[in-house]
Design a protein around this ligand. Structure first.
Ligand SMILES: Nc1nc2cc(Br)ccc2s1
Length: 245
């Protein structure tokens, strides 16, 4: 997978070259390009924003600068024969969920546009959508100062799903949300810590009982913290034992 990020703060994306994602780059599983939006400005102040039509607070990011940046960054994809998917993080976007991460993990090329200020001139999105799939995504109902932190979260959630990135592929098959439920509690050594003992069943070696216990704790936690996820589960996903809880 290739990921390109366009931003006015390239250094904000440095964490994508660290740890697991850095290893994915070293292994050739991920190609990462980070581009400074100001490369496509020509004035002495390298201006990327201007006042909003209709008035109101803040500034809007200029269409000309973004148009040229996307033209150049996405043009590379055309020569590679793969149309990129443009992702624009915004509080007004479609909720980014594990299911969306799995969908994006199947793409060969993602381009991220990091907005700042009051956002990017809408015509940039509308124009790009005539040439490639464009998706505005929200990572939560709160407002950040820019899209860079959202890109860090989205890229990490997507790239960890790529084959070969996680040491143990089974890890993400037991993720929270992978079966529609929150993950339950986990324990490791010592057996007793501050007078708190690891549940006996987890030390029993009885794999069926352990699987049942884990499922029950996941159902309980989901019911307590995210009843909306439980309500969204298809009936077929809950077995007879689940319904006894
Ligand atoms: N939750 C989010 N807040 C923001 C703010 C800006 Br400015 C750009 C993107 C995002 S995503």
């Amino acid at each position: 997978m290739r990921v390109d990020v366009i931003t006015i703060f390239p250094d904000y994306l440095s964490p994508l070259r660290e740890a697991l994602l850095g290893k994915a780059i070293d292994k050739g599983l991920l190609e990462l390009g980070v581009h400074d939006l100001r490369k496509w400005t020509y004035d002495v102040h390298k201006a990327v924003d201007d006042s909003p039509f209709g008035g109101g607070p803040g500034m809007v990011m200029k269409p000309q600068v973004w148009g040229e940046a996307l033209e150049e960054v996405c043009a590379g994809a055309v020569t590679r024969g793969s149309t990129p998917r443009l992702i624009v993080p915004t509080p007004a976007g479609r909720p980014f969920t594990q299911a969306v991460a799995e969908e994006l993990a199947r793409e060969s090329h993602l381009v991220f546009a990091c907005g700042r200020y009051e956002g990017i001139d809408q015509r940039v999105i509308d124009d790009a959508a005539t040439r490639m799939p464009v998706e505005e995504l929200s990572i939560g109902d709160y407002v950040l100062v820019g899209g860079e932190v959202a890109v860090l979260a989205i890229v990490e959630a997507v790239v960890r799903l790529l084959p070969g990135v996680l040491g143990n592929p089974a890890s993400h098959q037991q993720d929270s949300f992978s079966d529609g439920l929150l993950e339950g509690p986990s324990y490791t050594r010592p057996v007793v810590w501050k007078d708190r003992e690891v549940p006996e069943v987890l030390r029993s070696g009885n794999h069926a009982a352990i699987a049942r216990w884990r499922r029950d704790r996941a159902l309980e936690r989901t019911f307590e913290r995210r009843p909306d996820l439980l309500a969204a589960l298809p009936d077929s996903e809950l077995d007879k034992q689940d319904r006894k809880l």
